[in-house]
Design a protein around this ligand. Structure first.
Ligand SMILES: [Zn+2]
Ligand SMILES: [Zn+2]
Length: 624
């Protein structure tokens, strides 16, 4: 099964708080920065009540209750106080206290939220906070406090030694948050900040964010007319225009071309199913709330598919399989649906319908290595075409908690070893993700670094022992016995919507020619030039290119700017000078070609331009 997180908004993923147990040196600094923020706020508002202040990607936040709303206009003053605290170079001093004493201590300081956390800790041995938010649990019956100067916080650390070790800080924003994430609880103000080791690193990050904002796929997608939303259809249901659809299809054809070369076959399934399928797969119990459900006129319960694997198992299982037929590789690009709360829908990142370029390989344990190798090859070729740098993680089980995982330990060993062998054979660096595996199997995750340095989780090679077991999938082996097989889930783009949002921002909308929906803009100067332009349009189309003829009545200047805005790789202004007198667009016709991103037009013949375009399409060239 494909992980639900592929639907997730990358922004919310990034905002996830880290677990204190996983704090590295940089995280310790960032968490210490959160304390300095709380100390500065407490100086501004002595009555401030503090919640929790964990580390997040690139920084930290702190939840607090204040006598008035905080705004960006307060940031300069707070930042100045923080700088002063850094100069004092106060020690982060740990103090341990029995819980009852700690409760009294924070009560006397009117820190109600800390008292509540400690009372929970006393009553249940836990604060009931999600682990990553729990600052105080150490399981020993004592609470730990951290002092910096006269500021004190309930905290299990760890911290840097002294406040002078805290790096460059910039406060980012304030958002509303409920205490402990529950709407019935008190409203808090969540102050976000960035923290980096050095000023230079902070500035580089701020610059990257500025660039990211310019590239925002929601804005560019709208400007370029790639997708639209309709109030009648509803939020979270993007409608793809011809231009957007051309991009989707071009990407999809590329993935198919790579898969076909590795022996994949395409299949087709309906978008709904009887409840029975998901009861057998286990999804009904696990993800029931997220399914779109449909009741038929005969009162049977159906569901829209949230994933394709269960359907695909039924095609595999429709005939007895001999080991000679294995492996079997199915792929299908198709939409899946998830019932999200409408308040959570955003752009292309969080939607109700997404398109997966899904594939499932049904294979034997001894075929895992070779099959995963094929998927790897596809992923590597695909992502390199876009200029992404890939990094890798092996997500495997936590050997200390065997009860968390399904399947025999020896199968897990064999599967993890097969994946590890591939990683080693490729001589790449990879991160060892102990305990990161899903309960149903280990996987390799691929992360892509984009043109402005952001890292996105993209493809996975996910092994699965669970669905083959639930559906009783097997083949007859060499000894004539039934042998349970396993499945590999391997979407290359993940979801087309998510991948589109990543590449729109990666290229800032300026797609390589092979991918661009419109490749050559034909811009007639006047009315009488339109007809000859149509002849050129037909000629370019016959080459396999995608020309676009501007039929508007705008001035040439406006047409040129329009083509620039649509980021079309080449444009041709066509008037008396350029159009051949006899109307014959032969290869020797001289053209002035504007190349996207450059100022002056380049002289070339139609023959040269055609050859160039053909080559860029055939080789999927990154830049002209
Ligand atoms: Zn799947
Ligand atoms: Zn702390």
């Amino acid at each position: 099964m494909l992980r639900w997180s592929l639907y997730n908004n990358p922004e919310t993923l990034v905002m996830a708080a880290k677990k204190p147990a996983e704090y590295d040196e940089l995280d310790r600094m960032r968490h210490s920065a959160a304390h300095l923020l709380a100390a500065a706020v407490t100086k501004m508002f002595p009555e401030a009540k503090l919640g929790v202040g964990p580390v997040i990607e690139n920084g930290f936040y702190y939840d607090m209750q204040l006598p008035r709303a905080l705004g960006p206009e307060d940031f300069a003053a707070l930042e100045k106080t923080i700088e002063g605290l850094k100069k004092e170079n106060a020690e982060f001093r740990r103090e341990e206290m029995p819980i009852d004493q700690a409760i009294e201590f924070f009560r006397s300081r009117n820190q109600d939220f800390k008292v509540e956390l400690l009372s929970d800790l006393k009553a249940h041995g836990t604060t009931n906070l999600k682990d990553e938010d729990a600052q105080d649990v150490d399981g020993s019956g004592t609470a730990s406090l951290y002092w910096t100067g006269d500021f004190v916080d309930l905290c299990r650390g760890p911290h840097v030694e002294r406040s002078g070790e805290v790096g460059a800080i910039k406060l980012k924003s304030v958002a509303g948050a409920y205490w402990r994430g529950k709407a019935e609880n008190a409203q808090m103000q969540r102050v976000y900040g960035w923290a980096f080791r050095t000023k230079e690193e902070l500035e580089a990050h701020l610059k990257m964010l500025e660039e990211a904002e310019k590239r925002d796929h929601r804005k560019l997608g709208k400007d370029m007319g790639l997708f639209v939303f309709s109030e009648l259809v509803g939020p979270g249901l993007p409608l793809w225009t011809p231009r957007g659809t051309m991009l989707r299809e071009t990407l999809n054809e590329y993935v198919w071309e790579l898969r076909r070369a590795h022996g994949y076959q395409r299949v087709t399934i309906p978008h709904i199913t009887k409840k029975d399928l998901y009861e057998t797969s286990g999804h009904w119990a696990k993800y029931g709330d997220d399914l779109f459900k449909i009741k038929t006129r005969e009162e049977h319960l159906f569901a829209m598919k949230p994933m394709n694997c269960p359907h695909h198992t039924q095609i595999f299982d429709s005939e007895p399989r001999s080991y000679r037929q294995m492996p079997v590789r199915y792929c299908e690009t198709t939409m899946v649906y998830r019932d999200e709360q409408s308040g959570e829908l955003s752009g292309l990142s969080r939607v109700l319908s997404i398109t997966q370029d899904d594939a499932h390989v049904f294979c034997r344990m001894n075929q895992v290595r070779e099959e995963a190798e094929k998927v790897w090859d596809i992923i590597e070729t695909f992502y390199k075409t876009f200029g992404f740098e890939l990094s890798l993680r092996l997500s495997r089980r936590d050997p200390a908690q065997p009860e968390k995982y399904l399947g025999a330990p020896e199968d897990w060993d064999a599967a993890e070893n097969a994946l590890r062998e591939i990683l080693d054979a490729h001589k790449v660096e990879w991160v060892d993700g102990v305990g990161e595996a899903a309960f149903y199997g280990p996987k390799i995750d691929f992360m892509a670094k984009d043109s402005i340095g952001r890292v996105w989780q993209v493809a996975t090679i996910q092994l699965d022992f669970n669905q083959p077991k639930n559906f009783g999938l097997s083949c007859t082996n060499e000894k004539g016995e039934k042998e349970q097989i396993l499945m590999i889930h391997c979407a290359i783009m993940g979801s087309i919507e998510r991948f589109m949002s990543v590449i729109i921002e990666h290229f800032a909308g300026a797609f390589p020619l092979w991918l661009a929906a419109e490749q050559i803009a034909l811009l007639p100067v006047g009315e009488k030039h339109r007809e000859p332009c149509r002849a050129l349009e037909a000629k370019l189309r016959a080459l396999g290119a995608r020309p676009w003829l501007d039929e508007s009545d705008e001035s040439v200047g406006k047409k040129v700017r329009g083509a620039e805005k649509m980021k079309i790789p080449y444009s041709l202004v066509l008037g008396d000078k350029e159009i051949p007198a006899d109307g014959d667009w032969n290869d020797d016709v001289k053209l002035a070609v504007r190349v996207r991103g450059t100022k002056d037009a380049v002289e070339m013949t139609l023959g040269e331009l055609s050859a160039r375009i053909k080559e860029e399409i055939a080789t999927r060239k990154l830049a002209p």
